[in-house]
Design a binder for this molecule. Sequence first.
Ligand code: PHB
Ligand code: FE
Length: 345
Amino acid sequence: MAMSESAATAVEISNPRGLAITSNFDVRPADNVDGYKSFVVGEFTFRRDSYFCHITWPGGRHQLAIDVFLRALMRDVAWGFFYGTVNFDTVFGTTNYYGEVEVFAGATNDAYTSAGRDFIQRFKSDELMKSFREMISDWTNEGYDPFAAPMETGAPWGAKNGENDTAVTRQRVTAKRMVSLPGDTPIRSDEDGFTVNRMFQDVPQDEPEVHVEPGFEHEVSAFNLYAYLSRSDVTWNPSVCSVVKDSLFCPTTEEFILPVEHGNDRCEWFIQLSDEIIWDVKDGSTGKPRAVVTMRSGDVSCMPADIRHQGYSNKRSMLLVWENGSPKIPDLIRAGKAPVVPVSW
Ligand code: PHB
Ligand code: FE
């Protein structure tokens, strides 16, 4: 989504921890065991081998399975660090301040914070993004697509073997007004290489007939959102399909597991458009479990602003994520001036 660029210019960048910017980045040459480069990001180091990503920082180390790490890194890169916190797992992640980003180990994990073992550094978004892009490019092998459902791609394991830059540099859809309007993001078709996914073969492909009053051709349009989503080639990647001021409709198709535990910095609404997703909902700051929510087709929920959540979808499903893109909200919530839930009774 396009939130980082617009938000950075609209309001002052907030820095609730008062951290200075760190600017040292380095790329170390490929090792002679598995053939991957290592990356220095401030005082963090990132190394990949056949099965794992190894992260170190002063006083700590952590490892994640490389498929988990690459799927999460892919989302962080493609989403421009997203809204709020992207937890790669229960230890490592990033928090977006829209222009600057904090990279942390243990900062959203009660055991780390209560023992004083969490470690956080702050970077300029564009500098961190450059390093993360280089990492995903070097660490993704030929035949592996971190955006794809596991049954639709090859394996990430093993020594370095080619690359898949076509997949890891995909441009996400960000409609200016709405998909299908003249000059905006087009609808998807076989001709453009967007074929109907194996799990959405039953989705009707007819498009609405729109008869526009002359002179309103640039204002009036309609498209079949189900057909559009049935042709998505990626999973867990909300794309902006319609925009009305700060109201962003970001539908997405979901199969397997949301690769991150997303820590919200604002409320967001979910409308389950088809099939089923189970959501694990935990406290945003500590990781303590708060709820398990099963959403079936037609269900609507709102995720509060103080939680993190991760979804599970066995059959590929369609989800509409509805975001309020206003850059003012996170500070209002931090100051206690906006509620963490959309309604109270
Ligand atoms: C979310 O964090 O709300 C989110 C992210 C990616 C998805 C769905 C929901 O695919
Ligand atoms: Fe979320």
